[in-house]
Write a protein that binds this ligand. Structure first.
Ligand code: ATP
Length: 477
């Protein structure tokens, strides 16, 4: 049968007609479904505006608080109790009411806003130990300003409520000062900056990340650390020059990092100077103890690569973790047994530290001679500075700082007398001694031979923050 006849016969076949009809209806429905899906997608894309705030963001907490306070339809609340330790050490208890996980609606200036607070069961925020959460706000329209207003308003209210002398505050922003890591949110940025103004943040390593250590400390003025003439200035200008010149490194293909080693006897101001330097540069400090158990090469490498922006990395007492292979090989082996960071791991990490961001590593040691030359070769350590026992100049400057009302001649006389004793003295010792005679400059002047005697040791220890022994090395004082 020719093909045309076959097709004509199908026309009269009732089974074929019904099947064809069904296929047609199915195809039509599929087209409609795809069309409606596309329509919903297009509606979402062009007629709705969504803001997603993850729990890691600074604005997360106060956004929830704000919704709880303003969303009158939100009946389902979760309580969050937190303890806030103030800088003076006192503790405040706080109860925060926030919308519970689920969907909530509220009206903001005539706009109906849908709030979805979702909680991930599998993912945990390592910095807080709480489940990972997200709040998503959805509103009709294309007005982005809506969310800016909400965040701004929340911020303002948070500021006001934190000024109110209430023990229980409904609207609190829980800032954890991670702004250095770049997690700024629109509203909380200003607050975070205000809180940190004039402060230096210290980080320590916790697992594979950096955690803020204590509250941000008041910046130590750089001139409060009295080093010998020109030393502070030369380090400061070197660091400044480095920070201000990334292009120079890029043009020459040189890794944009710089290493400094401050070495010298204990109590002469190495750590204090680095802290003050960070304050001067408005940097934070990431302190890492290489002798820490459980610190592996991989962790070290990771930590240095994820250090917060604008921070100095401080590896204190590097001698305690590694000693020269040539000098005391058996000691190195002993230390390697304790710490899981290997010497070559540290070298590789230092070499690998490179980023578009200035990476500044400070190392300190009391024993330069114990360090392996490979560790302190240029490229790993670009500037080595000895911070030595106090010179006459430093002693005089410190006397002046303690007793600014005294004539210059007194401080000169004090410095001459101390030098006349012919014994080495650290600035911590001088500080401890002058603290002993806090309000008696004349006694301080007369009794300077006591600077080395035992009863001043107590004050020397005070100058150290009370520790006669520091981790990572044997006893002293
Ligand atoms: N040059 C200095 N100027 C002012 N204060 C100083 C100076 N050196 C030390 N101090 C004071 O002495 C104390 C100890 O100083 P710091 O910890 O900086 O010494 P260090 O050289 O780092 O010692 P270590 O090698 O034991 O770590 C601090 O309280 C500090 O204020």
């Amino acid at each position: 049968m020719p093909l045309s006849e076959f097709l004509l016969s199908l026309k009269d076949n009732p089974y074929f007609g019904a099947g064809f009809g069904l296929v047609g209806v199915g195809a039509g429905l599929a087209v409609l479904r795809a069309g409606s899906q596309y329509g919903i997608m297009a509606f979402r894309r062009f007629c709705m505006i969504t803001l997603e705030v993850p729990s890691k963001d600074k604005s997360y907490q106060w956004l929830l608080q704000w919704i709880a306070a303003h969303g009158s339809k939100t009946q389902h609340l979760s309580a969050e109790t937190s303890f806030q330790q103030l800088e003076n050490g006192s503790v405040r208890t706080r109860f925060d009411f926030v919308p519970s996980p689920g969907t909530h609606f509220f009206n903001y200036k005539g706009n109906l806003i849908k709030v979805e607070r979702s909680r991930e069961k599998q993912i945990v925020d390592f910095s807080t130990g709480s489940p990972w959460e997200t709040v998503t706000l959805t509103a009709l329209g294309r007005n982005r300003q809506l969310y800016s207003h909400i965040l701004d308003e929340g911020e303002r209210e948070t500021e006001n409520s934190s000024q109110a002398p209430l023990e229980i505050q409904i609207l609190i922003c829980r800032l954890d000062f991670e702004t250095q890591s770049g997690l700024y949110s629109i509203g909380s940025r200003k607050m975070a900056l205000q809180k940190m103004e004039g402060k230096t943040i210290m980080y320590t390593a916790m697992g594979s990340e950096w955690r803020q250590f204590g509250y941000p400390r008041k910046r130590r003025p750089i001139d409060s650390v009295i080093l010998d003439r020109g030393i502070a200035e030369s380090i400061l200008s070197d660091v400044r020059e480095f920070i201000s010149n990334p292009q120079w490194y890029m043009d020459r293909g040189i890794p944009y990092r710089r290493g400094y080693l401050l070495y010298g006897p204990p109590g002469c101001g190495k750590s204090s100077f680095i802290t003050a330097l960070a304050g001067e540069l408005e940097y934070s400090i990431c302190v890492l103890n290489l002798s820490e158990r459980g610190l592996t090469d991989d962790r070290l490498n990771h930590l240095l690569s994820v250090a917060p922006q604008q921070s100095l990395i401080l590896l204190e007492d590097v001698d305690a973790a590694f000693v020269s292979r040539e000098e005391i090989p058996q000691m190195k082996a002993a230390y390697e047994g304790l710490s899981r960071v290997t010497f070559s791991g540290l070298l590789n990490t230092l070499d690998g530290v490179a980023s578009t961001e200035a990476r500044i590593v400070f190392m300190t040691t009391n024993y330069l001679e114990r360090l392996d030359p490979a560790l302190i070769r240029p490229g790993r350590v670009d500037m080595k500075v000895r911070i030595d026992h106090a010179t006459e100049y430093q002693v005089q400057q410190m006397f002046q700082r303690f007793y600014p009302e005294q004539p210059l001649a007194s401080s000169q006389e004090f410095a001459e007398r101390v030098a006349g004793e012919g014994k080495r003295v650290s600035m911590a010792q001088v500080q401890g001694y002058l603290m002993f005679y806090k309000s008696e400059p004349h006694a301080a002047l007369q009794n300077c031979h006591d600077l080395w005697s035992l009863y001043c040791v107590r004050y020397y220890a005070c100058a150290y923050g009370g520790d006669f022994y520091k981790p990572g090395r044997g006893g002293r004082v």
